[in-house]
Design a protein around this ligand. Structure first.
Ligand code: NAD
Length: 335
């Protein structure tokens, strides 16, 4: 669905992290809805290199971009020469910044701050020099265990990932004071949808439960999963928020969720209905008690007022739209 009237003819858009889940969806949004826009994707892509937790350092995957016709650059946002090259040889009108160490369990504080915070500052400077509005990915992880509903201004990050995103927001506020471009930070809650498979074990539980069920295994949940609630948001609504953030009424930091908390039990129940199964759920003790978000629910009032954002997908709708893709990925990648 197209979210703005402007056809963005002759505009140039940079999408960092464009080979990842959200970035690749943005790239296709522009290709499909604004065909006269030049889209440049910058991503470090996966190299096989891992973090100390065993997960990949970057999840970008070429398969997320099959069918994309724009320009693709393999490069690292920490590379200042590359950023200088982008500054000199392109003229961006909008920058969507999705590149990050997106793994919330990563322990490398040095790499996390360097990649998520310091490189972001360099990109902000580039945006200002180009006069490009910038929209960047913040996160609900800035809230940690702050009580629901989460509101901008009441943050309590409990891991370095959440801290890094809050640092991006603080930096942005400083820049918002006096610059001619708009700067919008979007605090995504738990995102699910097409393109997340290559995030491996950091993909949403919607995809992971979907594949457990398709393989005929009983879904395994933490004990009390009917009381572990999150604000799960479908990728299409994330795209809507990004596009509406291109010309905001006001620069700022905005929550992007549905405004409704749903349980992990709900996910499995909706998936079983969609997939036509009646498997018995198995429950195991939750080893993350203490370091786990038990209830998230975005307050989206200012997002509605100042960005004109209106979430369109309840979890039932999101999963119903996603289920064929869950099956396709299972057939082509998992089986
Ligand atoms: N998916 C979610 O639920 C969620 C929630 C909150 C915030 N976010 C944020 O949204 C953004 C996109 O997340 P995603 O789910 O698409 O994750 P993702 O890991 O699929 O996408 C991030 C992309 O950035 C690339 N990247 C990593 N380090 C890089 C570097 N140094 N230089 C260039 N590229 C680099 C990766 O290769 C990857 O393709 C991230 O900033 C993430 O922190 C995501």
């Amino acid at each position: 669905m197209k979210y703005i009237e402007d056809d963005l003819k002759d505009k140039t858009i940079l999408i960092t992290g464009g080979a990842g889940f959200i970035g690749s969806n943005l790239a296709f949004y522009f290709q499909n809805n604004h065909p006269d826009t030049k889209v440049v994707v910058l991503d470090s892509f996966r190299s096989g290199e891992t973090l100390s937790n065993g997960n990949l350092k970057s999840f970008g995957h070429f398969k997320n971009l099959i069918g994309f016709k724009g320009e693709i650059i393999s490069g690292n946002i920490n590379d200042k020469d590359l950023l200088l090259d982008l500054e000199m040889n392109y003229q961006f009108d909008y920058i969507f910044h999705e590149a990050a160490i997106s793994d919330t369990t990563a322990q490398e504080q040095d790499l996390m701050i360097k990649t998520n915070v310091n490189a972001y500052k360099d990109l902000l400077e580039l945006a200002i020099r180009h006069g490009a509005n910038i929209i960047y990915a913040s996160s609900a992880a800035t809230y940690g265990n702050a009580p629901s509903p989460q509101r901008v201004g009441r943050e309590a990050p409990n891991n370095v990932y959440g801290f890094s995103k809050l640092s991006m927001d603080n930096l942005s506020r400083e820049y918002m004071q006096d610059c001619d471009i708009s700067i919008v930070g979007l605090r995504y809650f738990n995102v699910y949808g097409k393109g997340e498979y290559f995030k491996n074990s950091t993909a949403s539980m919607i995809l992971q439960f979907g594949h457990q069920i398709l393989s005929g295994k009983n879904p395994r949940l933490f004990e009390g999963s009917d009381k572990i609630l999150r604000d799960f948001i479908y990728i299409e609504d994330i795209i809507q928020a990004n596009i509406k953030a291109m010309n905001p009424k006001q620069s700022g930091i905005y929550n992007v969720g549905t405004g409704k908390a749903r349980s992990f039990q709900d996910i499995v129940d909706i998936l079983q209905k969609e997939l036509g199964t009646t498997l018995t759920c198995e429950y195991m003790p939750n080893p993350f008690v203490g370091s786990y978000q038990f209830h998230t629910e975005a307050n989206i009032e200012t997002t509605k007022q100042l960005l004109g954002y209106k979430p369109a997908y309840e979890m039932e709708d999101g999963i119903a739209s996603y289920v064929d893709e869950i099956k396709r990925i299972y057939e082509e990648e998992v089986k």
